[in-house]
Design a binder for this molecule. Structure first.
Ligand code: MG
Length: 374
């Protein structure tokens, strides 16, 4: 049984080691919304809302999520008893359209809470079977193709098991060619366009076919499936959908329409773990390659992603970089690290998410907070 008696919303600001550039914009200081749930017997569960400060990746922002959790989502868990975390998602979704990032922050905190109370690793509670997860690097847009190639080479030397390049019109083929020349076929290479192209670019994007990319991620609009299906007919490189996947229904649509062949699953963007488990099950059944994406999470969101990625259906390397890639200092201990073979260990000796939140650091970074009690 889970009875939540307290909910704390916190905004922290965590400076990235260096600004992260994609086709939609730049993040330098990560504004992060953290959710802390207090259970009646003193246990604590953590959630991290993956919304960004701006609505250019997704309609939600950390400010809309704050409002939704305060006014709509928080009241649905406060003072209420759930038999288990798998019953939370439907309660949060009832009568609320959208706001999946806000819902996920609370839903995932409930799973974290449940794992702690059961004294079980979160990964095990979710059904994970791996003790380590394969990690890929994401390289943002750089000032030159040469700089990008240098970074790709360094990442492969560090052990990363896949290299993903952010691309946009005008910064694509040349970048891939430079990186391909630098790392060759030693490591899978992928690109992520974050919706920067249209169907008119099909013949241009077909030029990527010669590099044997593992996939091209979300080339077309964030809510599109039909044009992606047309594009997939015209290019050999498998399309991986990220932004277009809002839940298991969209994965079914993708399969039926032929809009893509690979799924990037971000639990924090699609309402949380229960929906993620449904997508995982469908991908296993339909033999669709699946991997876990990232949203510049702190060590808390990273813990949740790593737990999920330990399920056997996550067949490709995920965006699960260690803490030190993004942060001078994380907000959890121990920090997440990667071995020289490019794997992050799943903390199976600890209950809950497997890392502790450094409350002193969280307090010091907090710029606003609100506490709600049952
Ligand atoms: Mg993406």
């Amino acid at each position: 049984m889970l009875t939540v008696t307290g909910l704390t919303l916190r905004e922290i600001r965590l400076p990235l080691k260096e600004p992260f550039h994609t086709s939609t914009g730049t993040v330098a200081d990560r504004r992060v919304l953290l959710v802390q749930l207090d259970e009646i017997d003193g246990a604590v569960g953590w959630g991290e809302c993956v919304a960004l400060a701006t609505p250019d990746y997704w309609p939600e922002t950390i400010d809309t999520a704050w409002l939704m959790i305060r006014d709509w989502i928080g009241p649905r868990v406060l003072g209420r008893t759930f038999e288990g975390p798998e019953y939370v998602s439907v309660v949060l979704a009832h009568g609320i359209r959208g706001h999946a990032m806000a819902r996920a922050a609370v839903e995932m905190a409930m799973w974290d809470l449940a794992a702690g109370i059961k004294r079980m690793p979160l990964a095990t509670l979710l059904g994970g079977t791996r003790d380590k997860v394969a990690t890929g690097v994401v390289l943002g847009l750089q000032e030159s193709a040469e700089a990008l190639a240098d970074r790709a080479r360094a990442a492969v030397d560090e052990g990363y098991r896949r290299v993903k390049l952010k691309i946009k019109p005008g910064v694509d083929i040349q970048s891939v060619r430079a990186v391909f020349a630098a790392v060759g076929s030693n490591v899978p290479l992928t690109v992520d366009a974050n919706c920067a192209y249209t169907l008119d670019d099909a013949s241009h994007l077909a030029k990527l076919d010669e590099f044997g990319l593992q996939y091209i991620e979300q080339p077309l609009a964030w809510d599109d499936l039909v044009r992606h299906a047309d594009l997939q007919q015209q290019i050999r490189t498998p399309i991986c959908l990220d932004e277009s996947i809002t839940g298991v229904d969209r994965v079914e649509d993708m399969i039926r329409l032929g809009s893509g062949r690979v799924i990037n699953l971000k639990p924090g963007r699609i309402g949380g773990f229960l929906e993620s488990l449904a997508i995982h099950a469908l991908c296993v059944e339909k033999d669709v390659p699946l991997w876990c994406g990232g949203m510049l999470e702190t060590g808390i969101g990273r813990a949740h992603n790593i737990a999920l990625a330990s399920l056997s259906g996550f067949t490709l390397a995920g965006d699960l970089s260690p803490s030190a890639r993004y942060w001078a200092e994380d907000i959890v201990e121990p920090e997440w690290t990667m071995d020289t073979d490019g794997y992050v260990a799943v903390p199976l000796d600890e209950s809950g998410m497997g890392v502790s939140v450094r409350m002193d650091r969280v307090e010091a970074l907090t710029v606003r907070h609100e506490i709600f009690s049952a």
